[in-house]
Design a protein around this ligand. Structure first.
Ligand code: ZN
Length: 168
């Protein structure tokens, strides 16, 4: 099995690898310590020290607070959304794209969804305005709590790492 270096995994995360190398790395069986290298690459890009437990998106993480050992959901800029089991979207800034004019800002003419049937809900970090998610639903549909990973099992059975301490 091919083992990749920290440097190569960092380049993968930064999108600096050529297409063929990227495809090969993504499709090959992962070396056993890939998750650790991946976390290390992510951690180096941040200018805060809390340990990443699990990435939820390109700039969104579950992290372990240093003093209290509580797990929270945090933006790459350092903004803290909420506890890790909560729905961070309910703590984000929300922009609902729901008129023809608003859809015209992101779609070519006549290609946009019909807004009585579908709107876009865009979720932004209140501190740095990074967009963390978009939902496309009928207007009345509730906010989705989309990702509830079983982190204990993931650490124990998938990546074979000790689970970071958690105080709830
Ligand atoms: Zn932010």
């Amino acid at each position: 099995m091919t083992t990749y270096t920290h440097e190569q995994v960092r380049s993968l995360v930064d999108g600096k690898l050529d297409r063929d190398t990227t495809l090969r790395m993504l499709s090959m069986p992962k070396d056993p310590d890939r998750f650790e290298k991946y976390l290390d690459a992510l951690q180096r890009k941040l200018d805060w020290a809390e340990r990443i437990v699990l990435p939820l998106g390109p700039h969104l993480y579950i992290v372990q607070l240093i003093e209290t050992r509580k797990w929270v959901i945090k933006c790459g800029c350092g903004h803290e959304f909420c506890g890790w089991r909560e729905n961070w979207k309910l703590h984000a800034n929300l922009y609902v794209r729901q008129t023809e004019e608003e859809m015209a800002q992101v779609y070519p003419k006549l290609m946009a969804p019909d807004t009585p049937w579908q709107v876009y809900r865009e979720y932004y970090c209140p501190s740095c305005a990074s967009m963390h998610d978009i939902e496309a639903f009928t207007p009345w549909y509730p906010v989705i709590h989309d990702f509830e990973p079983d982190i204990d099992v993931f650490y124990k059975e998938w990546v074979n790492l000790p689970l970071p301490e958690r105080v709830d």
